[in-house]
Every structure is written in structure tokens, then in C-alpha cells.
Design a protein around this ligand. Sequence first.
Ligand code: B12
Length: 236
Amino acid sequence: MPRDTSKQTEPALTDVRQSLVALIKQADRAGANALLDAWAARHGYEEVFKVLLEPALIGIGESITGEKHTLAQAYVAAKVAEDMLTRAVNQPGANAYAEPEKGPVVLGNAEGDFHALGRRMVATMLRSKGWLVHDLGNDVPPEEFVDQALATGARVIGVSAMTMTTAQGIRALRQELDTRGLTGRMQLAVGGAVFLVMPGLVEEVGGDGTASNMFAAPGLFERLWQASLQAETIHA
Ligand code: B12
């Protein structure tokens, strides 16, 4: 007789999170992936990122300073998240927009910054909402951001920075935009964990706006795109 799976109890979220962190600590990438796949099958990929992966990464990051986790474990966690991102993107129907209908925009990590994961997640989310995204990768110098934005016709530049030092480097990009007379016409979106914990940092580095996670990023880019159009009308 077939088993009645409907009566199987769902494991508590805290238990699943603990198991995930334990697998990451043991560098068991395959085990962590299997756990996440099983969760995704029941709740969808969006939930995997929201309730499991992002909290796990933030927790691991916080405890690096307390020496509860090592940088190597952070690296494994990031690899597991990247595996998941690749699978989420390759899901049937994930790329609903064959032809992007918004943008273009450029995105990259600030100069000296190699925390690729958040940027890749933002790019994936924007593309899934119809934006044409030119992803410039890690460690992008300020001039290259502006050159690429001009070459592609982008009205929004998105910069991801995870450390205090690399976030402060965004000031040079702000200056580059202002010096080239692009203030307002080219909007500067900034993001990354450091902006969430440092109130006022967005304004300090000259950002035009931020979003706390990939789910909020499309709304921000839409708002900044409109602000760019408006700035052009005013100066026309
Ligand atoms: C994984 C990780 C690494 C990995 C990165 C691997 C990879 N391929 O990405 C490795 C091991 C390489 C690494 C290296 C280092 N790291 Co590190 N790392 C982390 C960790 C644990 C998680 C980062 C992450 O992937 N988070 C998950 C993603 C999904 O979140 P996110 O990046 O914040 O992105 C989301 C939002 O912020 C937003 N977002 C992100 N970008 C953007 C951009 C825009 C425009 C918008 C709108 C939104 C947006 O949307 C994203 C998706 O929802 C963090 C801890 C933390 N609290 O975040 C430390 C952390 C960022 N690292 C830190 C440090 C110090 C380092 C090193 C200097 C360590 C060293 N001594 O060498 C190096 C620096 C390397 C460099 N120059 O970039 C510190 C930074 C401290 C600080 N505030 O200055 C942290 C906070 C850890 C800590 N508590 O000390 N790291």
C-alpha cells in the first residue's frame, strides 16, 4: 500500500537551519545542497534564500568575528548558496523574460570587493523581473562603471560592497559621475550588508538609494530609473 505522505510532519525551521549550519561547518557541500533541494521542493526557491540561506550566511558572518566560524566555512556557505542560485536560475520558467523590457543597467562589486554572491543574486532577481543587466563582476574601478554605463545607455549603476573599506571607495565613483556632469541623469544604487548595519552610509558615500535584499532591488531600480528620466526632463 502506498504511504500517506500528507501526514508526514514538517521539520521545525530552527532544526533545518541548525542542520544547514552543521553541514556547512563540516564542509559537506553535497549534504547542504540536498537539504536545500528538499526544502525548495516543498516551499520554492525564493523561500530557500529568504528563510534559510541568507540567515545562515549572516549568522556565519557574525560569528567569524567571535571565532565560532572560520573564513573557510564562510567560503563553503557562499559556494552552497551559489550552487542553489545556479539551480534556481535554471528552473523551468525562471527566466520568464526572453527579451528584457527594462533597462539597461550596469551592476558590479566596488573596487577591491570580491563578495560576488549578493551581486549575483541581485542580478538574477532583476533579470527575472525583465531588466537587461550588464554584470561587470568583482573589483570594478569607478571609471569602468561610468564608461560601461555610458557605452550601454544605462541610467542606473548598481554597486555592491560588503566591507567598510570597499563601501568607502564608492565615493570615488560618486565623484566620477559628478565630474563628468552625470549627476541625476545617472543614478547610483548601492547595497551590501555593510549598508544595513551602518545608518547614513548610503548618503555618506553619495548613493542615490539602497535596497536591503534582492527582493527589494527591482523596486529600487524602477524608482531610480524614473528619477533619472525626471532629472533629464528638468535639465532639458
Ligand atoms: C561569504 C563571505 C566571504 C566570502 C565571499 C565569497 C563569495 N563568492 O561571495 C570570502 C571568504 C571570499 C570572504 C572574504 C572576505 N571577507 Co567576507 N564575508 C562573507 C559573509 C559570511 C557572507 C557574505 C554573503 O555572501 N552574504 C549573503 C549575501 C546574499 O548577502 P549580501 O551580500 O549582503 O547581499 C544581499 C543584500 O545586501 C543586497 N545587496 C547586495 N549587493 C547589492 C547591491 C545593490 C545595488 C543593491 C540594491 C542591493 C544589494 O541584496 C543581496 C541579496 O539579497 C559576510 C558576513 C555578512 N554579514 O554578510 C562576510 C563579511 C562581509 N566579510 C568580511 C571580511 C572582513 C572579509 C575579508 C576582508 C576577510 C579577510 N580577512 O580576508 C575578505 C575580503 C575579500 C574582499 N576584498 O572582498 C566582513 C566585513 C566587515 C566589514 N563590515 O568591513 C564580514 C561582514 C564578516 C565579518 N563579520 O567580519 N567573505
